[in-house]
Design a protein around this ligand. Structure first.
Ligand code: AMP
Length: 128
């Protein structure tokens, strides 16, 4: 895994240097619409902190940050009206997963039935 680059696109969005279509923000997380949506609802949730990936976040983030981040993910999905129809969470880790932005983030996909074969997601990603 690369080391954390403070100029990655999500770090720049968090600092307000780049725009985003914000959905939600609190002290732990920022959520915004993906610029190349792969579903009718495609929102990214990013923690406020310098974490390359889930492995980094899980190992290094303070417990309060981990809890706050995952509560934000649940709250965003709820506020998007996705609890009942359902939604998919994806977090890519490393090059073989298709991770392209090396600031930990969770994708929330909703608004359509998802293929059960989850390995199709990186393929769809590559074509986006
Ligand atoms: P991943 O491939 O899991 O690292 O996901 C990165 C995601 O970030 C992709 O789905 C991109 O479409 C999305 N993305 C890249 N730049 C931006 C941006 N400026 N605003 C919103 N989403 C972005």
């Amino acid at each position: 895994m690369p080391s954390y680059d403070r100029n990655n696109v999500f770090a720049r969005i968090l600092r307000g240097e780049l725009p985003c279509r914000k959905v939600y923000e609190d002290e732990f997380a920022l959520a915004f619409h993906d610029i190349r949506p792969l579903a009718p609802v495609h929102v990214l949730v990013v923690p406020k902190g310098d974490y390359v990936s889930n492995a980094d976040f899980a190992a290094s983030a303070p417990a309060e940050q981990v809890a706050g981040f995952w509560r934000a993910v649940g709250r965003v999905a709820h506020e998007l009206g996705l609890d009942s129809p359902g939604y998919r969470l994806v977090a890519n880790h490393g090059p073989m997963s298709g991770q392209s932005v090396f600031h930990f983030h969770v994708h929330i996909f909703g608004g359509k039935a998802m293929p059960h074969d989850m390995t199709r997601l990186p393929e769809a990603h590559a074509k986006a």
